[in-house]
Design a protein around this ligand. Structure first.
Ligand code: ATP
Ligand code: MG
Length: 287
């Protein structure tokens, strides 16, 4: 059975997406996996409580994927293991005109949580090297020509690496997930969204059109992952054809990053401890 470390990319060697599976291997037992996931959700709650009380590090979980790969439901599942007070979820949609009149990282920087909290990004600044690359959207932005000449996307990779280093140097950890769904499974899910009335709302007009650019997107993902994976801000290329498996692997990856953070409850200085004891006496002596 595979483990989450089989899917991590840290930039030590170039990866090819087609070498990564989209399904769990044969030996993976669904019942056991679900059980382990539930245990992980309990562990996550404990870690998060410590992270929050300590307030030293912030955590940002980024979810990127093709449509219908299961970003929403995976995020919903991860949230089950976290206290809503310590977490912010943000979906990055097509940028507004205000956002477009700033550098591409501006809107993401504003969504970084205060240290001690967790942010989940449903899409992110990676869209600016994915959809922007596939449709050359950067050509439509009002910017001087020098910003549109040469390899705009390569410069953005550099900007992202610098930005992620900057965040790391300021107490943040960023973990990036690519939910790797197969083209066949995407088709199956699209058809289900069309056939099932309660799922109709999930289907958008652009979904089939974007599917037509599948190969371009895969190339864009592969290049972006290779250019921006690092030890401190790794990518995980997770099989996404079976949602229960993806969700489990995400909890494993989240626990791994918590293990690196090692959050602990702050201990009070001696004089505060003494004060607590005095307050205890007052409470116990109350009539
Ligand atoms: P679902 O997977 O459930 O359809 P979604 O994340 O696709 O959810 P939508 O509202 O359908 O949500 O789509 C958001 C759209 O915004 C996507 O098509 C995405 O490519 C686009 N988008 C996000 N960031 C940018 C960006 N920086 N530039 C251009 N388009 C962007
Ligand atoms: Mg969509």
């Amino acid at each position: 059975m595979s483990e989450v470390k089989d899917f991590i990319v840290i930039g030590d060697k170039k990866i090819r997406l087609k070498d990564f599976p989209t399904k769990p291997d044969e030996s993976t037992d669904k019942e056991k996996t679900l059980k382990k996931m539930n245990e992980n959700l309990t562990k996550m709650e404990d870690y998060q409580d410590k992270l929050y009380s300590e307030g030293d590090e912030g955590l940002v979980l980024i979810f990127q994927a093709m449509d219908a790969a299961g970003k929403d439901s995976t995020i919903k599942n991860v949230m089950r293991g976290l206290n809503p007070q310590g977490i912010d979820v943000h979906s990055f949609k097509a940028p507004s005109s205000e956002e477009l009149s700033h550098g591409f990282l501006w809107r993401a920087e504003k969504r970084f949580p205060p240290r001690g909290k967790i942010a989940i990004f449903n899409r992110s600044y990676y869209e600016d090297v994915l959809v922007s690359r596939v449709h050359k959207l950067y050509l439509n932005i009002r910017m001087p020509d020098r910003c549109k000449r040469g390899n705009v996307i390569s410069r953005r990779y550099q900007d992202i690496n610098n930005f992620e280093d900057y965040q790391y140097n300021n107490g943040y950890r960023i973990v990036k997930f690519f939910l790797n769904v197969s083209k066949d499974e995407q088709k199956r899910r699209f058809l289900e969204r069309i056939d099932l009335k309660i799922k109709n709302w999930k289907f958008s007009a652009s979904d089939v059109k974007e599917r037509g650019y599948w190969d371009e997107y895969m190339e864009a993902y592969e290049d972006a992952i290779n250019a921006t994976a690092s030890k401190n801000s790794p990518w995980y290329v997770l099989p996404a054809d079976k949602k229960w498996y993806t969700r489990y692997l995400v909890t494993e990856a989240v626990i791994d990053v918590f293990k690196k953070i090692k959050p602990k409850y702050p201990t009070l200085p001696d004089e505060e401890q003494e004060r607590l004891q005095k307050d205890k006496e007052i409470l116990l002596n109350e009539k």
